[in-house]
Design a protein around this ligand. Structure first.
Ligand SMILES: [Mg+2]
Length: 135
């Protein structure tokens, strides 16, 4: 399960899930979609590792709740989280959780920006893995 091109898009908006899946699949990534934070947690429990593109504003469990659940379930190994934000709204829930977010993408996103950031973070995960093999 050490595929180094795995991406999970977590968003309650089907249009966003389809757009991200199309754009990143065309760019050579393996993309799976989750429509909620709880589905994201399920996929992590099933062994997903890679980049998670996580929507902040979702009904029920929002993006920050999802990060909290990832940590509570100790599922953070081998994943890097990029938050999808509608805009720069002040958000008190992010306090203490920002350190688990490697980048932010503002919606509506630019396709090139999405591909570039995902590729960069993917490289970062793989570097972590490679350096981890010496331990
Ligand atoms: Mg949303």
């Amino acid at each position: 399960m050490q595929d180094d091109r795995n991406v999970m898009i977590v968003d309650d908006d089907a249009h966003v899930r389809i757009a991200v899946k199309t754009i990143l699949s065309d760019a050579g990534f393996h993309v799976i979609a989750a429509d909620s934070g709880s589905q994201c947690i399920e996929l992590l429990k099933e062994g997903f590792s890679g980049v998670i593109l996580l929507d902040i504003m979702m009904p029920g469990m929002d993006g920050w709740d999802t990060i909290r659940a990832i940590l509570d379930n100790k599922l953070e190994q081998g994943v890097a989280i990029i938050m999808l934000t509608a805009k720069n709204v002040p958000d008190n829930k992010m306090i203490g959780l920002q350190e688990y977010v490697v980048d932010y993408i503002t919606k509506p996103f630019d396709n090139e920006d999405l591909i570039e950031k995902t590729s960069f973070i993917m490289g970062y995960i793989n570097d972590q893995r490679n350096s981890g093999t010496a331990e």
